[in-house]
Design a binder for this molecule. Structure first.
Ligand code: IPE
Ligand code: IPE
Ligand code: MG
Length: 245
């Protein structure tokens, strides 16, 4: 499929509605590298470079919230070499980006189960969250060791504890939402998956219940701000009814 190249990354059509919150399943790093005869980790490093570019393009494209899927609860099934390599990439990304992002107004947060992650990585995550907490230009949420089902189990446990303590009497959707890792975040308007797979792989099943979806064949390391701008243009043509007539 050929992608029309926008004249500029700001080329979101005027007068159309824009997604405020975009979530991305960044898939295809491994295939991108394998196609070139390179180790999969080369694809992951290229993928991390892409993240930087896409993050920087978001504010100009009218996106206030960007949530990206970096590592799923299922990704531990990969080889030790790949998993350790990915964790090293996350550490470096957070270390290097921390300074720049706090200066650029990006608020960075993480969702997912943290206790299984390396202690040093957990510390870096907590420190960048604290350092960028006052930023408002873009809300960047990174899902690491994230699984929607795992999040629902943890959230249900929290809700049960609140019920036992008498803080919640008849639980509502809002009460459960308040126990999720994403408490206080708006739901994604649009979920994009790269690499041609048309599944959601345990990403935000609760939050994306009414999201629009875009599946693009482009592999994540090839996904540019122009691709994003084109997808955002198309979003404006959608009729979101939320069950209404
Ligand atoms: C996405 O790329 C990154 C992670 C899941 C960590 P993949 O590594 O899944 O790439 P493919 O799907 O094998 O090409
Ligand atoms: C989803 O991609 C997870 C991330 C992008 C982090 P996967 O490559 O792990 O998903 P499956 O295995 O194809 O469903
Ligand atoms: Mg994949």
């Amino acid at each position: 499929m050929a992608w029309p190249r926008g004249a500029a990354t700001k080329a979101v059509a005027e007068g159309t509605s824009r997604p405020r919150h975009v979530a991305v399943i960044m898939d295809g790093n491994g295939r991108w590298a394998t196609e070139r005869g390179w180790p999969r980790l080369v694809g992951h490093r290229r993928g991390a470079e892409r993240v930087k570019q896409i993050v920087r393009a978001c504010p100009d494209l009218g996106v206030d919230w960007l949530t990206i899927y970096a590592f799923s609860t299922e990704n531990w099934k990969r080889s030790t070499e790949e998993v350790l390599g990915l964790m090293k990439i996350f550490r470096r990304y957070i270390q290097r980006e921390a300074e720049e992002m706090s200066g650029e107004g990006v608020r960075m947060r993480f969702i997912g189960e943290r206790s299984r992650l390396d202690r040093k990585l957990q510390e870096l995550m907590a420190s960048i969250e604290a350092r960028t907490a006052g930023n408002t230009r873009l809300n960047l949420t990174v899902a690491i060791n994230y699984g929607g089902r795992d999040e629902l189990v943890r959230a249900s446990t929290r809700l049960a504890e609140r019920i036992v303590r008498g803080e919640v009497t008849s639980p509502s959707e809002a009460d459960l939402a308040d126990c999720m890792d994403t408490a206080g975040h708006p739901d994604p308007d649009l979920v994009i998956r790269t690499s041609g797979e048309t599944r959601t792989s345990n990403f935000l099943p609760w939050q994306a219940a009414y999201s629009e979806y875009e599946f693009t064949p482009t592999l994540w390391p090839d996904f540019t701000p122009d691709h994003l701008a084109t997808i955002l243009d198309r979003f404006g043509l959608r009729d979101r009814r939320f069950g209404g007539a």
